[in-house]
Design a protein around this ligand. Structure first.
Ligand code: DDH
Length: 288
């Protein structure tokens, strides 16, 4: 049972809020990274931990934190996520009762909320697994591909078209790094704040192929400082996707509501919550 594996200590809401606060404090202190925040890379860690899920076999997903091990940690899609895992490590040392699997997802939740995003309800209960549970390479999306690849990847996890578009709004955050994915640059002018700017820019900017030696990506005509991946453009090339891009560009509160719902679903894929944790999800208090 949970109480046996964690010894005599059964953590409560207040204990998880303490972990949240520690993550938030570290985010605030370590502001010399990238665009001034580890927030985006923490969100990407939580997403890549979860996005390996396969609904047919029930394998992958955030329950296991198998990215700690080779081969999964060395998969091309996970390049650069060591920065996020290293950021979380001292927090794991300070609160040894929390599993890596629960901690990485709590990191994603805290990062989204601290970057002014919507409340993300959280349920603990993930157990770490050993390296035998590492997922095969190729389960995460390949940015060079089109809408049929997006559907292959996200339908495998159990998402629909609306959910694919809502999840993709996470690209309001962060940037591409040439030494990680090979792509370069941020999607928006405010890469450390959760907004619906990704959808607005997709629709309202003119996007041209970037002329460079790197992988095929697009740049905005106006400033040539922003980027889109081929998979981002697929969301406006495909009619079924584009109707949701239109909706989220017009209505940030609709995006926040749908993003919160779909990220909770992502973070809980394949997690077998115990009877005792079927309590009301936790909503952490942001520090700001
Ligand atoms: Fe993403 N993403 N992502 N992404 N992603 C990259 C960065 C970030 C794709 C490719 C890339 C989601 C979906 C997709 C974040 C969150 C999410 C990078 C750049 C690539 C490439 C990595 C680097 O060079 O450091 C593709 C393809 C898809 C897709 O096909 C849909 C989703 C669903 C999420 C999510 O969080 C729900 C975040 C955040 C970043 C910024 C990371 C950083 O370090 O900054």
């Amino acid at each position: 049972s949970a109480s046996e594996t964690k010894g005599l200590f059964t953590p409560k809401f207040e204990d998880y809020q303490k972990v949240y606060n520690e993550i938030a404090q570290r985010l605030e202190e370590k502001d010399d990274y990238d665009d001034g925040s580890y927030g985006p890379v923490l969100v990407r860690l939580a997403w890549h931990a979860s996005g390996t899920y396969d609904k047919e076999t029930g394998t992958g997903g955030s329950n296991g934190a198998t990215m700690r091990f080779s081969p999964e940690g060395d998969h091309g899609a996970n390049a650069g996520l060591k920065a996020a895992r290293d950021f979380m490590e001292p927090i794991k040392q300070k609160f040894p009762w929390i599993t890596y699997s629960d901690l990485w997802i709590l990191g994603g939740v805290a990062a989204i909320q601290e970057m002014q995003g919507p409340a993300i309800p959280y349920r603990p209960g993930r157990q770490d697994k050993d390296m035998a549970a590492c997922t095969p390479d190729g389960r995460l999306p390949d940015a060079t591909k089109n809408q049929s690849h997006l559907r292959d990847i996200f339908y495998r996890m159990g998402f629909n078209d609306q959910e694919i578009v809502a999840l993709s709004g996470a690209h309001a955050l962060g940037r591409c790094h040439t030494d990680r994915s090979g792509f370069s640059g941020p999607w928006t002018f405010s890469p450390t704040v959760v907004t619906n700017e990704y959808y607005k820019l997709l629709l309202n900017e003119k996007w041209n192929w970037k002329k460079w030696n790197g992988p095929k990506q697009l740049e905005d005509k106006t400033t040539k400082t922003l980027m889109m991946l081929p998979t981002d453009m697929a969301l406006i090339q495909d009619k079924a996707f584009k109707q949701w891009v239109d909706k989220y560009a017009k209505d940030e509160s609709l995006f926040f509501k749908d993003f919160s719902n779909v990220i909770v679903k992502l973070f809980e894929l394949g997690v077998p919550f115990e009877e005792t944790t079927q309590q009301a999800p936790m909503i952490f208090k942001p520090t700001a």
